[in-house]
Each structure stands twice: as structure tokens, then as C-alpha cells.
Ligand binder design. Structure first.
Ligand code: COA
Length: 253
């Protein structure tokens, strides 16, 4: 258990709140360790994860006090990189609710999510080069996937931070809502996901994360497994029978 990552059961999902508001939820080793522990659990329990931050901030980056002390060997360990990769690879979807600052490592944690919802105070971007380092926890490859190479290059090379309107316009977040509504929207999405077939959801996520060279064989193999699943037959039969049951009524009118 960590004091800086609050983990709550919410029925359809697990809510994990970065809770170090006095340091703007800066991601330190303790938070990284707590996120790994959460991943270990969700790799087995397989539930949707909603990530949020407390105190009107998502996360103002990796902890600069710790970063300053790190050396080449620490960089090679990819302390945040491995953690965010693990979050990205979680079997079920990850939804990030981005209230206020999502900067540096905080932005990269957000990029690791499958779905991002912002609030009007969102400020998202990567000021790392101003600190004499690169954004090495996913931004250089993930941000171009999310917003295209030209804007990603501009953001990463100039440190320009986007506000909520621009983040919405460029598709970096899928909605901008007041904080409470943003959490409600995340819960609605988690409920929608929970009503779908978890095996199909997980297969879709694996296909989305696969490298281009793996397509289309990877999804054909995923589909082959699902085509044999009793749940597929059950869901399709239910659909067809529901329609069959409706037909006479409609034909009678
Ligand atoms: N790492 C470590 N500590 C951080 C931090 C970070 N990334 N971001 C904020 N903090 C700490 C501050 O040092 C301060 O600590 P103190 O009260 O002990 O002095 C506390 O959080 C509050 O920060 P403050 O700057 O006073 O808050 P603010 O609301 O005026 O400004 C920010 C918020 C996010 C604009 C500002 O804190 C900031 O620029 N943070 C760094 C952003 C960054 O460069 N991130 C990339 C890191 S890879």
C-alpha cells in the first residue's frame, strides 16, 4: 500500500488517484513502485483502470528532485518508461482523467492510457528539454501516434504546452468536462466496457498495441480464438433471438 497512490474499488473499474498534491503529484519512486504493484494486480484481475490526480492536478511530471540525482545507469533502467509501458500493456482498458497539469512524465503517463478525458484547466505537454533531458518515457513515439508527427515534433522540440481546447481539437483528449463530470464520464465508459465481452475487449487491445508488422495475422489469430468461444455464440444467438422475437410484433403493425 502506498500513501501517494489511492486505489479504490468502483464496481466496473478500479480508480487509482495520484495523491501527492503538495508536490503536484510529481511521480517519484514510491509512486512508480505503487503503480507497478497495481499493474501486477490488474494483470491478474483484469479490470478497467481509471487514473486520476488529486488537488486539481493530474501530475506535474517525474519528481525533479529525484531526477536530478539520477545518472546514466538510472536512465538505462527506464524507471518511468517500464512502468508506463506496463500500464499501457494492461489487459483491460486504461482511462486517464486529466485535471490541471499533465506535464513531462505526467503527460507520458496520460499518453500510456487508451482513453483520455480532460477538464477545462488541462495543461498538457513536455517541457523536458528545458530541464536538460528528453521525454524518454514514451512521448517521442507515442505522442506522434496520438496527434501526428508535426504537432508532436513542435510540442517536444519547443516545450509548448496545450490547453484543454487545443488538446480536444487535436484529439489528445476525447472530451473536456468539469472534474466531477469527467470522472462520471470515465465511470460511464467503464460501465460500457464491462457490458462487452472481456475476451473480445482484451483481444482488441492487443491488436491496437501490436506493431504494424504484426497485422493482419495477429487479429486473424485473435479472431480465430474468439470464433470458437461459447460467449460469441451466446451473444450472437441472443441478438438473433431478440430480433426474431420482435419480428412478429413489427409485422403485425
Ligand atoms: N517534481 C518535483 N517537485 C515538483 C514538481 C516536479 N515535477 N512539480 C511541482 N513540484 C513541487 C514544487 O517544487 C513545490 O514544492 P515545494 O512546495 O516544496 O516548494 C510544489 O510541488 C508546488 O509547486 P509550485 O511550483 O509551487 O506550484 P504551482 O501551482 O505554482 O505550479 C507547476 C505548478 C506544475 C506549473 C510547477 O510546479 C512546475 O512547473 N512544475 C514542474 C513541471 C515540469 O517541468 N515537469 C516536467 C518534469 S519531467
Amino acid at each position: 500500500m502506498s500513501e501517494t497512490l489511492r486505489v479504490e474499488e468502483r464496481g466496473d473499474f478500479v480508480l487509482a488517484t495520484l495523491d501527492r498534491p503538495e508536490k503536484r503529484n510529481a511521480i517519484d519512486q514510491e509512486l512508480v513502485d505503487a503503480l507497478h504493484a497495481l499493474c501486477a494486480r490488474l494483470e491478474v484481475e483484469r479490470r478497467t483502470l481509471v487514473l486520476a490526480g488529486s488537488g486539481g492536478t493530474f501530475a506535474a511530471g517525474a519528481d525533479i528532485a529525484q531526477l536530478r540525482e539520477r545518472r546514466a545507469d538510472d536512465a538505462r533502467k527506464g524507471i518511468n518508461t517500464r512502468c508506463f509501458q506496463r500500464i499501457r500493456a494492461l489487459p483491460m482498458p486504461v482511462i486517464a482523467v486529466l485535471d490541471g497539469y499533465a506535464l513531462g512524465g505526467g503527460a507520458e503517463l496520460a499518453y500510456a492510457a487508451d482513453i483520455r478525458i480532460g477538464t477545462p484547466t488541462l495543461r498538457i505537454g513536455n517541457p523536458e528539454t528545458g530541464l536538460g533531458i528528453i521525454a524518454a518515457a514514451g512521448a517521442t513515439w507515442r505522442l506522434p501516434q496520438l496527434v501526428g508527427e508535426s504537432l508532436a515534433s513542435e510540442m517536444l522540440l519547443t516545450g509548448r504546452i496545450l490547453g484543454a481546447d487545443e488538446a480536444l481539437r487535436v484529439g489528445l483528449v476525447s472530451a473536456v468536462l468539469e472534474p466531477e463530470q469527467a470522472l462520471e464520464r470515465a465511470a460511464e465508459l467503464a460501465a460500457r466496457i464491462a457490458a462487452l465481452d472481456p475476451a473480445a475487449t482484451q483481444a482488441t487491445k492487443r491488436a491496437l498495441l501490436a506493431p504494424a508488422s504484426a497485422h493482419p495475422e495477429l487479429e486473424l489469430e485473435e479472431q480465430a480464438v474468439l470464433f470458437e468461444s461459447p460467449e460469441k455464440v451466446r451473444r450472437m444467438t441472443e441478438f438473433l433471438e431478440r430480433r426474431g422475437a420482435k419480428r412478429p410484433a413489427r409485422e403485425a403493425t
